[in-house]
Design a protein around this ligand. Sequence first.
Ligand code: 13P
Length: 249
Amino acid sequence: MERRKIIAGNWKMNMTPRQAVALCAELKDLVKTQEADVVYCVPAVDIVPVVEAVKGTNVEVGAENMYFESKGAYTGEISAEMLVDAGVKYVIIGHSERRDYFKEDDALLNKKVKKAFEAGLTPILCCGETLEQRETGVTMDWIRLQIKSDLVGITAQQVSSMVIAYEPIWAIGTGKTATTEQAQEVCKGIRDCIAEMYDNATAEAVRIQYGGSVNAGNAADLFAQPDIDGGLVGGASLKADFGKIVNYK
Ligand code: 13P
């Protein structure tokens, strides 16, 4: 079975609600495609206006983070149920910026992945190595550890429906993209890891994105790799270029 591509923008901490609505209008015709799923993962305050702005289009909305509890005294946090009620379909979990700046560890991320599924959201689980880890030769060991820890207790059926994003930390926001060979190698390694943890059918079904300085010039080569099922796009998702990335063929 051919896996459907999924191309997601991660807006990070960019775009006020007004700017978000304007960007949706600018991108509306550019991101039209039958070939791939298109997702905008947006800041929490942009979710409601963006859901409204993309109504009737091919774009789905994602969140950039969530908490694992449903409600209560967790000042500043947002629950999966709130996201679902607002019209969100996807949620990024474990982005390297959250792991690094906000000290989110694998035990916490595992709880978030579980909660996302329980609430009916599709997690986009991020993993990736530092430059030091790559140079030391432990890239795949590190990523396997992340995947195995973050997916404890997650069923094969759930994994089949989720998205994993491989984002080498040294390639994020640096303009330094992994080569197609490096990206393919790790995405295949992740698929092999899923096959070992679950089975071949699950490994064949899970969609694995590459992220890290994806742009209009390199998207086609990256997305043509057999184990790369699309991209998680930062900087270039905030510009008209995102239309070219979505329509990379
Ligand atoms: P850039 O595309 O800006 O390198 O960001 C990648 C990323 O972190 C997407 O989640």
